[in-house]
Structures are given as structure tokens and as C-alpha cells.
Ligand binder design. Sequence first.
Ligand code: LLP
Length: 433
Amino acid sequence: VGQGLLTPILAESGLARRHDGTLALGEVALSHIADAVGTPTFVYDAAGIRMRYRTLTDALASLPARICYAVKANGNLAVLRLLADLGAGADIVSGGELLRALTAGFPPERIVFSGVGKSDEELLAALAAGIGCINVESISELQRLVALTELHQADAVVGLRINPDVVAGAHPYITTGKGGLKFGVPADQVASCLALLDEAPRLRLGSLAMHLGSQLLDPAPFERGVDRLIDALAQVREAGFAPDTLDLGGGFGVRYRDEKPPTIEEWIAPVRARLAESGCMVQVEPGRYLVANAGVLLTRVLHRKHSGGREIAIVDAGLNDLLRPALYGAWHAIVPVEAPEGAEGPVDVVGPVCESGDFLALERSLPPVRSGQLLAVLGAGAYGFTMSSNYNARARAAEVLVDGGRWAVVRPRERLADLFRGEVRDPFGPEAP
Ligand code: LLP
């Protein structure tokens, strides 16, 4: 994919080249942000998030539906607040995400707690907050929740996340709906869960849930998953339960390169009638769809070198900032922020971290890049900052939100002293705590 072929991805990311050739997000020049805040910096586009949220609500308009944004994709409080204000709920997977969601202003009743391994502490925090639904993923977890609600005399609405045993064709690390994986309750254990619920007056079965995986591109397995969910609905109704929600999970794929992801309309159309007939509220939990292409990572070229016949550009963002290329072999478009000049050639864009797996792109066709040059890594709005780390004692990047002509730092770059806050240098010495 040469730079010329990136036009659709640039447009989808809300990016445009100005007359002078520099790249702007909304009405803000990316170079201006980089000069003011430094690099690496994640920049998010409020307009892009709003636009996608609207597309999603429009596609779901004919159904009673609820959108619970998957906080794990991008948990910055400003992003969460924006989505909460639009009316979204939140899909969380930890006590940390619960605190983020509550702090951002999501009403507790619009929060759903997913995840295979919730601790007692996390479950109790969810009960105390009175969140809308706790999705349980195993008999063991359900038993634990029964015990905790009885001990603390708390009531809760639970969802049963079913493992629909569907092959969705996602990357193996982000496939979740297949039998034998850790996710969801296998069909043959649903009856045992219902038996437990029968004896648990403090729990109400409010929802049946599934989540097939992430970056899904094919509606056919999704349709099969929905069928399995509706089969399960018949089974639980037969047993005397009346859940009011079908939670279809997230996973709606986006375009990073030349993928042709179905539109939301194309995901929903084949299952719309069946969902409407179910009489249930339809819930979706998109993360990536809402934010991936509403974010870029700004990084500066530190050095150029030539080695073993390869051109290498060493940039100031590493796998600690954007793990996706290293972990999944993910492809992210990279574009020069200033007007590109000169013939394109293959270059490895690598980070400063001491690992050979620390690359953002290999053999990428780019115009000549030189030290000091600013690059934008696209599709970095989802699973970018949230998967970042302090490896190599590197401070985590700054985060900026652009809204039309305005922009603001929504998380300052970490300070180096933050890196060891709370550590004890001399645990057994005379000044030991
Ligand atoms: N609901 C549940 C229960 C999930 O486990 C996930 C994602 C979502 C919703 C949101 O999925 P999305 O709409 O964002 O695809 N780090 C990986 C993605 C991991 C997704 C994990 N679960 C990546 O960078 O591709």
C-alpha cells in the first residue's frame, strides 16, 4: 500500500492535507500539537467518535437497543465522558474500568461488567455501585456471586454469557466465541446455571450475552452466534426465566488497511427480524468501531540507519506505546505529517525498545524520512494507549482530544518520577516504613 492508496483511510480518520501539505485533524494541524505537547502523543477526534456513534444508533433505530461502549478500547475520561453524554452505556472488565466509567459519569444502571475472572473485590464494588448487569462466564463465578450477594444482602441483575461455539475468523488472540476457550458458559452448562439461579432470590437473570471476538469482518458467523443466543433464550424461557436483554457483544471490524468491514447496517440486517421477534432489548458492546479510526499516534523520527540491506527509521514510539504490531502483527498506516516529498521506498519503522519485536511497520513504503520528521500512525484510537506500558522505564504518552478547531491535553505525558511512585528503595534499612 503506497501513500497514494491511503486516501480512504486518511478520510476515514478525519485527516486532511492542507494547502501547504501538512496534515490536519479537524481544524487542528497535527504538527502544532506535536510542537506544543511533544511526542509520542495520541490524538483523538471527538467529531469522529460522535459520527460513528450516530451511525450505530441509526442502524439500530428500528430495534429497542442499547450501546455499551467497551471501555478497554480507549478508557480516557474525556473519551468516556463524550460517549456517556451521547447516551452510551459502558462495558467494563475490571474494578479499574468500573471506577473510570463511574468517574466519567456513566449512570451505574448503564454499566455492564464482562470478563472471565472478576475478583470478590471487583464483584463487591459492582454490587455497591448498583450497576445494570454483571455478565457471568462460568458456574464457578455464578456460585461466587450467589454467595457474595447473600453475605452482603445485595441484589443484582446477571447476564449469562453463552459460549456459542462459533468460529468467527478473527486473529487467534482475539477470538472468544469458540468452544474450548476460556470465554462464556458452554451450552451444556446453561442448565446448571439456571438451577443455581433458581435457588438465588437475590439474582435476577436479565440478559443472555455473547461476544465472538474482535475485529470481525464476516457477518455469517455473527448471524450463527445470534441464532445460538436465541436458542438459549428459548431454553431459559422454558425454564421459567424472563431475561429482557440480548447482548450481542462487540467486535465490529474496522478498516486499517484494505479490509472491507461490513457496515453496522450489514451486521444487523440479517438478524434484525429475529431480534425484533425475541421481544428483548438488543445490546451491543463496540469498542474498536467507535474509536480506532478516531485516533492517531504522533511520533518523531529519531535516527535513520541502513543495515543488512534494509532502511530503518527509529522513532520515539515503541511497543510500549502501541503494542498491536508486535503482538498481533497488526498493520497500521503510517503517514508523514508534513508534505511528503520524494520517491517512496521500503523502510522498517521501529521503536526505541530493546526488543527486535519492537516495530510499528516492516518494509513499509514511505517517502524518504529523515531525523526530526513527524509521522502519524493511524488507527491508534483503540487498544493503543490502553495497552501501553512502562517497559524500559518509558513514560506513557500524552493524550489529546481535538474537537473541530479546539484541542486539549486530556492526559499529560507521564513524568519520569511517576514511574517509581510508591516503590520502596530500602525496605530493610534504617528508614524502612
Ligand atoms: N465485549 C467483550 C466482552 C469483549 O471482550 C470485547 C473485546 C468487546 C466487547 C469489544 O470488542 P471490540 O468491539 O473492540 O472489538 N487488544 C485487541 C482487542 C481485544 C478485544 C478484547 N475484547 C486488539 O488490539 O486488537
